[in-house]
Structure formats: C-alpha cells, structure tokens
Design a protein around this ligand. Structure first.
Ligand code: NAP
Length: 92
C-alpha cells in the first residue's frame, strides 16, 4: 500500500510540475473531467480562488491516463460522531 501511495505521489508531483497547478487543483480537475461530483469547502479565500481556477485549465489526455491508472475504485465515506459509515448504517 505504501508503495502505491508513493507511486501516486510521484505521478501527481510530476504532473503538477508540468501544468504549474497545485495538487488540489489537479485532483479536483480530474474529478471534474470525469463528471464526478465534488463538494469543495474551504475557510480560506485564497484556497477558494485556487479551487475556482480548475475551470481555467484542462488536463492533457496523457496525464488523465496516468491519473486514471492510480484509481482503485475504493469507496470514500465520512466518519462523523464516532460512527464508521463503512460498518454501520444510520438508524432512521
Ligand atoms: N462530510 C460530510 O459528511 C458531508 C456530507 C454532505 C455534504 N457535505 C458538504 O461537502 C462539503 C465538504 O465537506 P467536507 O467534510 O469534505 O469538509 P471539510 O473536510 O470540513 O473541509 C474541507 C477541507 O478541505 C480543505 N481544502 C479546501 N480546499 C483546499 C485546497 N485547495 N488545498 C488544500 N486543502 C483544501 C479545507 O481546508 P481550509 O478550510 O483550511 O482551506 C478543509 O480542511 C461541505 O460543503 C459539506 O457541507 C459534507
């Protein structure tokens, strides 16, 4: 797992250097490229400006392919109030 994370970080670092964007911009733009929903929240105006700039560039196809290869289709869920949403369903 650590090797995968290191490989992912290396791929991301190389691409952000080429495109002159931040890690967050690259990954948010990748989300947008695939028409996935991104819920972005920040308390800092400079990050809000940074995040809005994802509409001003596109990721070239060769880099999209590199990022796609890192995707492991693992679900992501939030754990709040001590609950693990992967183990327990809320009671309605
Ligand atoms: N969590 C849930 O279960 C849930 C469910 C439904 C809807 N939502 C909505 O989804 C949105 C996000 O929720 P969340 O739980 O992901 O929020 P969060 O974890 O509380 O906040 C997002 C985090 O991303 C950071 N961030 C934003 N832009 C960044 C950037 N460019 N670089 C580095 N860090 C950056 C923010 O840091 P700074 O503030 O320091 O910039 C903050 O720590 C919210 O509008 C929330 O209402 C959440």
């Amino acid at each position: 797992m650590a090797a995968i994370k290191e490989e992912a970080q290396q791929v991301i670092s190389d691409i952000v250097l080429q495109l002159q964007v931040t890690n967050a911009q690259l990954l948010l733009r990748w989300v947008l490229h695939h028409n996935y929903a991104a819920l972005v929240k920040t308390t800092k105006s400079f990050r809000m400006a940074e995040n809005l700039k994802i509409f001003e560039f596109e990721i070239p196809t060769k880099y999209i392919a590199q990022l796609d290869r890192l995707n492991q289709d693992q679900p992501i869920a939030w754990a709040t109030a001590g609950l693990d949403p992967m183990k327990s369903a809320p009671t309605i």
